[in-house]
Design a protein around this ligand. Structure first.
Ligand SMILES: Nc1nc2c(c(=O)[nH]1)N[C@H]1C(S)=C(S)[C@@H](COP(=O)(O)O)O[C@H]1N2
Ligand SMILES: [Mo]
Length: 342
């Protein structure tokens, strides 16, 4: 049984419940689902076509993937629209709160192994991954299909998987059965579900979901959304909790640009940040746990804010540059707790 907070029934979009985010990995029934057109039905003996600028175009049955070397990778995946509700004025798009976020163990084959068999031409710039789902959009003419171009260098990374399994079980229909891409480090839109074609292309892809969606529309121009910005969450105490004098504050931090190097906590408004203790990252591509014990000085309301920094030196900002489609909100968030059990 799925246990999600549904934000739209059709097409189905639902977020991970807050309490499920305290687990290192997200059980399938709690893992957020983002679909632009709903779930396409694919045959169990589904076949992927591999072509474009390659020496050896071929077709690959999903059943053949099982015979190739398997890899398993745990990765934190956030939808670029997560925390859209925290942006003001409210941008257009699905009203994601905090739960368009999961950490999943993906299993499958490296996309690089499939591409090696095809022999990608040197002049290819992107690997275009096309999906089975399509439909109408108000701001596009005709049928729009979900498809994304991934730079060749990212497609060739060993951790970029054509995944057939999620958390040790076959992919469920909502999460891309029978085969999807999993692109660790990138916002979720790169992880194309229900893959039907893989093509090497020699010009950057300009399709709807590459140029009209999943872009930062900034005054300075349009920038494609790519890797996940550094971010952190507090998982305990929960927002609105009533607590005692001594508490342990804990949460997760992640970044698509490098390891987490620091998480700081502020216990009220203002600029007084204290350091926290980092644990071991769940994997090289997944979030890092952090915690700190604090003593609250009085009864009353306290506001907890966490701020992560990654190996590039990037930290979470107080506010993120507003963009029309509401992507990439990694601003420092706050929760309020009431100390009344001293
Ligand atoms: N074919 C297809 N793939 C897709 C999408 C989609 O609508 N269609 N949504 C993308 C987006 S925006 C996200 S955040 C992730 C979510 O994956 P999940 O539903 O398994 O959590 O899938 C991506 N892959
Ligand atoms: Mo997304």
């Amino acid at each position: 049984m799925s246990d999600l907070e549904v934000i739209r029934a059709d097409p189905y979009n639902a977020e991970t419940p807050e309490r499920a985010l305290s687990h290192a990995t997200t059980p399938e029934p709690n893992a957020y689902v983002r679909t632009n057109f709903g779930v396409p039905s694919l045959r169990a003996e589904h076949v992927i076509e591999i072509g474009g600028a390659v020496n050896n175009p071929f077709t690959l049955a999903v059943s053949e993937l099982a015979a190739m070397p398997q890899r398993t990778i745990v990765a934190t995946m956030e939808c670029a629209g997560n925390d859209r509700l925290g942006m003001h004025p409210l941008p257009t798009g699905e009203p994601w709160q905090h739960g368009a976020l999961s950490t999943i163990e993906w299993s499958g084959v490296s996309l690089a192994d499939v591409l090696a068999r095809a022999g990608v031409h040197d002049n290819a710039v992107e690997i275009l991954v096309t999906a089975a789902d399509s439909g109408q959009r108000d701001d596009a003419v005709g049928e729009v299909r979900f498809a994304r171009g991934l730079p060749v260098a990212d497609a060739m990374r060993r951790e970029t998987l054509l995944a057939t399994m999620m958390n040790g079980a076959p992919l469920s229909p909502h999460h891309g059965a029978p085969v999807r891409l999993a692109v660790p480090g990138w916002y979720g839109m790169a992880s194309v579900k229900w893959v039907t074609r893989i093509d090497a292309i020699t010009q950057p892809f300009t399709g709807y979901f590459q140029r009209q969606r999943y872009v930062y529309e900034l005054p300075s121009g349009v920038v494609p959304v790519d890797r996940m910005r550094v971010k952190s969450i507090v998982t305990s105490p929960s927002d609105g909790a009533r607590v005692g004098r001594n508490i342990t504050v804990r949460g997760w931090a992640w970044s698509g640009n490098g390891p987490i190097t620091r998480v700081e906590l502020a216990v009220d408004g203002g600029d007084s940040w204290q350091s926290t203790t980092l644990g071991k990252a769940v994997s090289a591509y997944a979030w890092t746990p952090w915690h700190v014990q604090i003593e609250l000085p009085r009864k009353g309301r306290f506001v907890l804010r966490s701020r992560a920094t990654d190996a590039t030196g990037a930290s979470q900002p107080d506010t993120v540059e507003w963009n029309r489609l509401g992507y990439g909100n990694n601003a420092v968030r706050h929760i309020a707790i009431d100390a009344d059990m001293l």
